[in-house]
Every structure is written in C-alpha cells, then in structure tokens.
Ligand binder design. Structure first.
Ligand SMILES: Cc1cc2nc3c(=O)[nH]c(=O)nc-3n(C[C@H](O)[C@H](O)[C@H](O)COP(=O)(O)OP(=O)(O)OC[C@H]3O[C@@H](n4cnc5c(N)ncnc54)[C@H](O)[C@@H]3O)c2cc1C
Length: 463
C-alpha cells in the first residue's frame, strides 16, 4: 500500500480529514490538490501519479501513527525554565488577560485584538519577514483564504475569526520556495500539522519562527453560511462575511454575523437569532472535530482566546486571554506599552473555556464518543484520553448529537438537490433538538427526586 493509499484508508474513508492542506503543501510532485467535497469541506484529491514518498501521511494531524500534541509540545517546551503544565492546557509559561490600547485594533479584533497586535509587532521589529494568516477574498465560492503578508496594513485587514474551511497547501508551498522568517496563525490541529511538517522538512523547520494558536471549539463547513442565508431569507450572492461583528450596545458574547454583497448588507445576531443552537449542536461541523482533544492549541508558541469570564465578557469591545509558551513572545507581550495586559490564573483560563462547554466537549464527552465508535465496531481513534461508557441518558444525548452532525450535512445536500424542502430540513433537524429536550426533562424528573431521596436516607442514617 502506498502512503497516499494509507491516508485514504485511515483518514479520508473514515471521514477524519480536517482539510488543513498540509499534505498537499508538502507533496514533492504536486499531485495532491485541495478540493471542496459535496459537503463543502476541503479534502486532498490525487490528480497525478503518486511517487510513494510518504510525505503526505507524516504530516496528518489525525493519523494515529503520528506524534500527538503531548509528544510534540514536550519536545518543544518541556525544557524551558519555569514552564508549567496542566492536562487541559498543555504547557504554559504565563497566562494573561488583556487587549490592545489602540481602540481601532481592539474594535476590529475578534476578541481584544492582541493576535493582530502581536503579528504587527513581529513584522515591525523584524522578528519575522512575513505573517501567514487568513483574509476575506471576495470570492463567493471561497470566502476566506490563507495568505502571506508583509505589511502592517495587510495584517490589520485580516483581523477577526473565520469560522469557515480554509486550507494551507499554497502557503506551505510558498514557505518551501521562499527563504523568509515566518509567523503562522492557525487552529490547534492545523498547527499540529505544521509541527509535523517542521519535523520532516528542514526548510519549513528553519523558516517558521513562531506559531500562534486560536483556541478552538470547532469549525464549520462552507454550507453553514448558506444554511443561515436560507433560514433568514438572505440573498446567497454574498461575497464577504464577517463572523465577529461587535456592537457598542451589546456584550462581547452577543456578536453578529455580517453578510455583505455588492449591493447589500445583512446582520444576524448569534444569540438573538438563535444561531447558537445549530452552532453548539455541531450542525455543519466536520466529523473529525468530534475527535479533537486539543482545546488550547498546545503546540503553539502562544494561544489566544476570548475572555469568556463573568463581568469581562460584558465589555462590548472584546478582551483576550493569552497563554504563552515561548520566552521571546512572553517578553514582547509583557513589556509593551501598547497593550493592556495583566496576569491571570491558569484556573480562570481553563474556566473560561469550561463553562461554555469546550473543555468538557473535547475531554469528557470525547471519551463517550470514542465509546460510541467502539460500540459500532468502528475504528477507535487514538486520543490522549481513554474511552468511557456513558450512563443511559448521556449515551442517548451523545448518539443524537453525533447523528445531528452527520444529518445536518446530508439533509442540507438533499435540500440543495431539490429532494426535500427547506421546511423539511428544519423539521427533521428540530426533531433531534426536541428529542434531546425530552431526554433532559426525563433526566431532571428522575435524577432530581432520586438525589433528594438519597440525601434524605443519608441524613436519617447519620442521625
Ligand atoms: C474556528 C474558530 C473557533 C474558535 N473557538 C473558540 C472558542 O471556542 N473559545 C475561544 O475563546 N476562542 C475561540 N476562537 C478564537 C477567537 O475567536 C479569537 O480568534 C481569538 O480570541 C483571537 O482574538 P483576537 O482579537 O486576538 O484576534 P484578531 O486580532 O482578530 O486576530 C485573529 C487572527 O486570526 C486569524 N484567523 C481568523 N480565523 C482563522 C482561522 N480559521 N484559521 C487561521 N487563522 C485565522 C485572522 O486572520 C487574524 O490574523 C475560535 C476561533 C476560530 C477561528
């Protein structure tokens, strides 16, 4: 079996590809091309003769045989003086809360604008020559792309979070061809693939100087904005989309999605328009996001996230939490007068991603999803946590949620093909939500009285 066939068997056929594009980027004969599949998710496609060099499967972040985030981060960070470790976050030097002093940069940022600030600082001080990050590209078929930028104005225009499929094959090829010092921003799994590429490719290793991770609760496929457009009667001819529009009258948690076409602009609010429901239930999410155990981008030199903390999250301007794992980055952040930064405890950082469900999803619930795979005689992906058998109610909910992820994509495709109406799509998907609500009600009705009886028995026995 060739390396490509191995990747096909282990990853593509099991629907475990995130579409990062690193495999296509390192292919020495350029016979892998990233193409959208029928669900609007990037997948590598073989378009020529494979020479079986093994490059593609060595960089896949979800291939069992490749080093995991523990091994990668250990070799990167374990020897740094003063470094600490938590299972939830991986290694960390310092943890901060803050935002940029410049109002415009903070306002334009997804959170407090610190990622953009740091990228500009690295360019302006000559610590890197180029920054690789994501920008909107005005193409309705592909709203965002990775690009290589060397000016502050370009980096500033790349602010905000893109919850959309974006692949790195072209920028990886660019790094291989062009001898510059680079910084890259990416989601946790994308940066794992960069580290794997650094391990096997000298040019990438020498040229990529810094990696910055965005804490990740999961990505969406290309069809998700189309689904929202259908639901809210927005013209699908939009060619720009901003996922994190802020409003001075709203808390940072109440951000909006802005759909822009040449002649129009439409705004949807994440909470008020109930977008958070399909969002949190993982509709239109790549299957492999269900099997990710890296919340905090553990292999990155620094990780950035929203300060989802009581009080702080009410500030409409947005605020960051930051984890550093690199002394150069740590001192850049901690000595600048252009940012407002204060230390914060690691517990609060973990809490910020726990109460919104990201830490439980990628740790405890993942262990149940692994059990789901085992029960169905499917390949159980190697993860850093062991599988656990969930209790009856939990098992039902996990099963429904996993079905929802798959069915949202299949049913939407049927809608696009004219086989079902949009109302039928909504009806079938809402049936899952109703079923979950019903189980939650049963659970409450049975578990709460059961707990009360247990407490009464304990009290009586104590007396
Ligand atoms: C898919 C996704 C899921 C996320 N989930 C969470 C979460 O659950 N909890 C949480 O606290 N934070 C999450 N974040 C991170 C958060 O939304 C902010 O990106 C982060 O706090 C940085 O904010 P900032 O103001 O410093 O960034 P900005 O100053 O706005 O800079 C962001 C930088 O990231 C780049 N970028 C945006 N999207 C992508 C992408 N998809 N891939 C690579 N680079 C990109 C931009 O081009 C820009 O350079 C997520 C981000 C994404 C993209």
């Amino acid at each position: 079996m060739t390396a490509w066939e191995n990747l096909e068997n282990e990853i593509l056929e099991r629907d475990l590809c995130i579409g990062c594009g690193t495999c296509a980027g390192v292919c020495p004969v350029d016979v892998l091309e990233m193409q959208f599949d029928k669900y609007g998710e990037y997948k590598p496609v073989l378009i020529g003769d494979c020479i079986d060099c093994d490059f593609c499967d060595r960089v896949c972040p979800f291939l069992d045989a490749n080093p995991n985030e523990d091994l990668i981060s250990q070799s990167r960070f374990a020897d740094i003086e003063g470094i600490k470790h938590r299972t939830e976050t991986g290694y960390y030097l310092e943890t901060y809360i803050g935002h940029t002093v410049e109002e415009k940069m903070r306002w334009n940022g997804a959170s407090g604008g610190l990622t953009t600030w740091l990228l500009c600082e690295l360019l302006n001080t000559g610590a890197v020559d180029k920054v690789i990050t994501v920008t909107s590209n005005n193409d309705p078929e592909k709203l965002f792309e990775f690009g290589v930028y060397s000016s502050e104005s370009e980096v500033r225009s790349a602010s905000k979070s893109a919850y959309y499929p974006i692949e790195m094959s072209e920028v990886i090829k660019y790094i291989n061809k062009n001898n510059f010092k680079y910084a890259i921003v990416g989601l946790p799994c994308f940066l794992t693939s960069i580290e794997l590429a650094k391990k096997h490719h000298r040019k990438i290793r020498n040229r990529v100087k810094f990696t910055f991770g965005l804490v990740c609760g999961g990505i969406k496929n290309k069809k998700f904005p189309n689904y929202l457009a259908d639901r809210f009667g927005i013209n699908k001819g939009f060619n720009e989309l901003y996922f994190r529009e802020k409003d001075i009258k709203q808390p940072a948690t109440d951000f909006s999605f802005k759909f822009k076409s040449f002649s129009n602009e439409e705004i949807l609010n994440f909470k008020q328009d109930n977008i958070h429901i399909p969002w949190a239930n993982k509709w239109f999410t790549p299957n492999v996001c269900n099997f990710c155990d890296d919340v905090f981008a553990e292999t990155a030199d620094a990780s950035f996230m929203d300060a989802w903390l009581p009080g702080i999250q009410n500030n409409p301007k947005g605020t960051n939490l930051v984890i550093t794992r690199n002394n150069i980055i740590n001192s850049m952040l901690s000595t600048s007068n252009n940012i407002n930064l204060e230390p914060i405890s690691i517990d609060k950082v973990i809490y910020s991603q726990s109460w919104i469900g990201v830490v439980p999803d990628k740790k405890k619930e993942l262990s149940y999803r692994l059990d789901y795979l085992k029960k169905r005689n499917k390949h159980v992906i190697k993860k850093r946590i062991k599988l656990k058998k969930p209790l009856f109610f939990k098992k039902k909910i996990i099963t429904l949620k996993m079905e929802m992820l798959t069915m949202s994509k299949k049913l939407y495709l049927s809608f696009e093909r004219g086989e079902i109406s949009f109302n039928e799509f909504e009806f079938k998907m809402n049936a899952y939500l109703e079923e979950i609500k019903k189980i939650e009600r049963y659970k409450k009705n049975i578990l709460v009285p059961a707990r009360c009886i247990k407490n009464i028995i304990f009290k009586v026995m104590k007396k």
